[in-house]
Write a protein that binds this ligand. Structure first.
Ligand code: UD1
Length: 360
């Protein structure tokens, strides 16, 4: 085996981004190793994605689990240092903006291993988000920065990243969506019969669920929304207990369900009248699906989903009015242009660049 390209994944949103790049490198005959840090470990947050996305089983699972930011990031770093010492990677590939991403970036950089960041250059300019810190550090350390949208190129250029390190490859997460759309069931399996018209919601950001005052504002907004249409919420484990304690689900038209597998979640989004979310990936997926998306955040690092997609930023106070507007019949919905290079070929473009850097 040649020195391998090592992919570091760990949290749910990493998996649909990694799958097309692993497949693209496989097509080019590049030796690869897949590391799972264990940041996410429940079957519903991890294993089911490996199965549905056709990802190979991880070669290494560090099994770090949950913890404070410092403890989790530190445990991943210690595990990866041993792993990289043993495997001597030709390059390390990191995805998105989770703690596994920044941990791997710090270790690879200090071991002088070429570092590739997939989904580089996104900026919310909101340093209260842990993801923004992870993005800034990772981009500063990366040798090859693969971007999903033109705004990301501008951010990186503004921060002084040399142009020859930045490559606009498109959106690998959308490769996965387009590849698996034919397998997506017409109706999601959520354990009960869904009404014809419903709102799908996902909420897990610390800014919405960790702070009690914010949580109560969001709860009241979701109850006003549920007065308009039934709301189905796959509940991320981080928020479940505090949401239950604070009567979040105590409305006859709010239907909490366990986190959904990939295909069921895409089905839920596609079948819904609109999606309410604070996720990053969901803003992109709804853009491609042509489903109205109301993002319950003061900012987004993915503005292209607003300019080229279906996304609108909202607040708890405005949410019910915005849902009302989204539910009203519109002429010409669904025909907004898809962002450039979100065409299902991002993985192949990324793989060609990674193969080159791994052979230098
Ligand atoms: C992480 C990412 C976030 C991403 C989200 C997607 C960071 C800083 N945040 O947030 O950007 O949008 O993943 O899901 O990396 N838990 C379980 N089972 C699991 C995993 C987590 O029960 O398999 C619970 C634990 O109580 C844990 C909590 O969820 O403490 C938070 O998990 P963590 O990985 O720290 O952050 P996420 O909120 O999942």
């Amino acid at each position: 085996m040649n020195p391998p390209v090592v992919h570091v994944t760990g949290a749910r949103p990493n998996f649909p981004k990694a799958a097309p790049i692993i497949a693209g490198l496989e097509d080019l005959g590049v030796d690869q190793l897949l590391v799972h840090t264990g940041q996410h470990y429940d079957d519903r947050m991890s294993d089911v994605f490996f199965r549905q996305l056709g990802l190979p089983a991880p070669d290494v699972n560090l099994g770090v689990g949950s913890g404070s930011h410092a403890r989790q990031t530190g445990a991943i770093m210690a595990g990866l240092e041993d792993c990289f010492n043993e495997t001597e990677p030709a390059a390390v590939i990191v995805y998105g903006d989770v703690n596994s991403t920044v941990a791997a970036s710090l270790v690879a950089s200090k071991m002088h291993i070429p570092l590739v960041h997939v989904e580089a250059g996104l900026r919310s300019f909101d340093m209260s988000m842990p993801e923004e810190v992870n993005r800034l550090v990772t981009d500063r350390l990366s040798d090859l920065l693969l971007v999903t949208s033109p705004d990301a190129i501008a951010h990186l250029a503004h921060e002084g990243v040399p142009a020859d390190r930045i490559h606009f490859v498109g959106n690998p997460m959308i490769d996965t969506l387009l590849r698996l759309l034919p397998d997506v069931p017409t109706r999601p399996s959520v354990g009960f019969d869904l009404p014809d018209l419903f709102v799908a919601a996902t909420l897990h950001r610390p800014g919405n669920v960790d702070n009690l005052e914010s949580l109560l504002r969001v709860r009241d907004a979701m109850h006003r929304t549920a007065d308009l249409a039934p709301v189905v919420i796959p509940v991320h484990p981080r928020g479940r207990a505090v949401m239950e304690e604070n009567a979040f689900f105590d409305h006859p038209e709010i239907y909490p369900v366990d986190p959904l597998a990939y295909l069921d979640f895409v089905s839920l989004m596609r079948a819904s009248a609109c999606v309410v979310t604070d996720s990053g990936g969901v803003q992109e997926e709804t853009t491609v699906l042509g489903v109205p998306c109301l993002t319950l955040r003061p900012n987004t690092e993915r503005p292209i989903t607003i300019t080229h997609g279906t996304n609108v930023l909202t607040t708890p106070e405005r949410l019910a009015d915005d849902v009302c507007e989204a539910l009203a019949p519109h002429e010409g919905t669904g025909d907004s242009p898809i962002p450039p290079l979100w065409d299902g070929q991002a993985g192949a473009r990324a793989a060609a660049l990674i193969a080159r850097i791994s052979r230098e």
